[in-house]
Design a protein around this ligand. Sequence first.
Ligand code: GLP
Length: 281
Amino acid sequence: MDLYIVANKEEISRLAYQVMLSKINESDNVTLGLATGSSPEGIYELFRANQPDVSHVTTVNLDEYIGIDESNDQSYAYFMNEHLFKHLDFKKNYLPNGMNSDPDAACREFEDIIAKNPIDLQLLGIGTNGHIAFNEPGSSFDSTTRVVELAKDTIVANSRFFDKMEDVPKTAITMGIKTIMSAGEILLIASGENKADAIKTMLEQDMNEQMPASVLQSHPNVIIIIDEAAASKIDPALLTQGGGCCDGGCCGGGGHHHDTEGCCGGGGHHHHDNEGCCGGH
Ligand code: GLP
């Protein structure tokens, strides 16, 4: 697990974009797993601004609400279209179909799509309760794409986007934890103090199903990019353990730096600039 702590959300987006771009440029047939939420918005903005060639890139999204269609501005399909898909020519974009009258069939279809397009790099945010996609606390580490009831705190967190509480969807289709773990590489991003507890627990607790993101501890290829606020509760001992990233920096959780040339700004070195990677630690 490679942990990068950067100054702010803008830096997270810049670094995460470079990691994704490296993956895109690695081969002529790539599948990216994408995420919604406020965390990836800056990354998608960089895609729009830089217009990389993505004609060989298939995308699969983590999740979708049940019962709101892509013309509804709260659906994840709408979000993805607005932020990314209508601005770049991907090979193909897939999301779970929350409008299928048989949601279980939609889940099976989505698993088939992923089986045919194995995910090379999965982008992930994290919920304040440690959920990944809509795998709420208690989700089995063996779970695959399925229909889920959203946790109360997730519904409350999502209500900021809706006029009335009654309008907030209570069910969704989500990739399962096992599905997410099948990705060749996972990139988790988080910013802000409200994610600090989830980040601390994810890194410091033993893996357990009450903290879905803790499963990432057992994935061989994980990059975590967070800002200082989200990192503020991590045990400092963890950050200095084992040498670390960025030329003597602060990579916690197992300690070696990520070594694609894209990481830390694409300059072929592991140093981010002054305020950047591992800043302040
Ligand atoms: C939702 C999504 C998750 C996302 C989380 C955090 O619950 N289903 O995939 O990671 O929100 O969102 P944000 O990035 O807005 O904090």
